[in-house]
Design a protein around this ligand. Sequence first.
Ligand code: SF4
Ligand code: SF4
Length: 292
Amino acid sequence: MREIIVLSGKGGTGKTSVTAALGVLAAGKAVIADCDLDAANMHLLMQPEVLKKEAFFSGELAEIDPEACINCGMCEEVCHFDAVHQDAEVYDINPLRCEGCGYCEVVCPTNAISMHVRRSGDFFVSTARTGDPMAHAHLDAGADNSGKLVAKVKEEAKRLANQHQRDLILVDGAPGIGCPVVSSLAGVNYVVLVTEPSASGLHDLKRLVEVLQQFRLQAGCIINKADLNHDQAEAIRTFCFENGIEMIGEIPYDTAFTAAMIQGKTIVESDNQLKQIMDKIYISIQHKINVL
Ligand code: SF4
Ligand code: SF4
């Protein structure tokens, strides 16, 4: 079994569109995992039929029993996250600020504070419109994407791959270089980097490659809208060459890219230059993972 993750150093590079296009090209062979939980929109392109939905709990949240509280204020004093507030003489905890450290519970003289598991979202097992199994999730508003839910999505994707005898797990990773990205790298065989030709695109690509080098992961790069800034595109090619990252494709700016998204389709589902480019990118990635 091989696992490919599609990453971008920043949002808005077309990462999810590229992942979904690869998912359509790999139909019948892959399991799809959407680990971009802060902006989970793979479902818009894959239109999955949900087979299983489960609440996901992660971390803890403090709660004050107003009956037992004597308004001493010690919890507010010790909270480093400014999560405790007094309103009309009643102490209360802001769940969006509480980090679940439990300090307030320890200092409360009347045991008025208790810790509870925190619901952070829902987790789904589905069938994508390609007929492939799909693991994905939805974070509750304000819930922290700690990486635990990412790990859960990936674990389920592996289980589905075994159950359905699929050789490939295709992961849509989170943008940036934070905890969700690091969490999503476990077990990955090959990284597809999607960037755009701009100063910020190159800057964020460099930061991401530094992270990948810590994990000694092989990566290939796709420049989206490559023809919009020739100098920056050349700077990205040079950076990739110097860091052992193969250029696996360049996608020109084409209104068909946005048109496909608006229709809830991928760029390989109509006959245009983007399909031919993505076909070549997919073949190139297949060659790469076959020799890993
Ligand atoms: S420490 Fe306990 S008793 Fe004191 S204000 Fe907080 S909840 Fe109330
Ligand atoms: S658990 Fe920690 S973060 Fe939450 S209210 Fe108590 S002291 Fe503050």
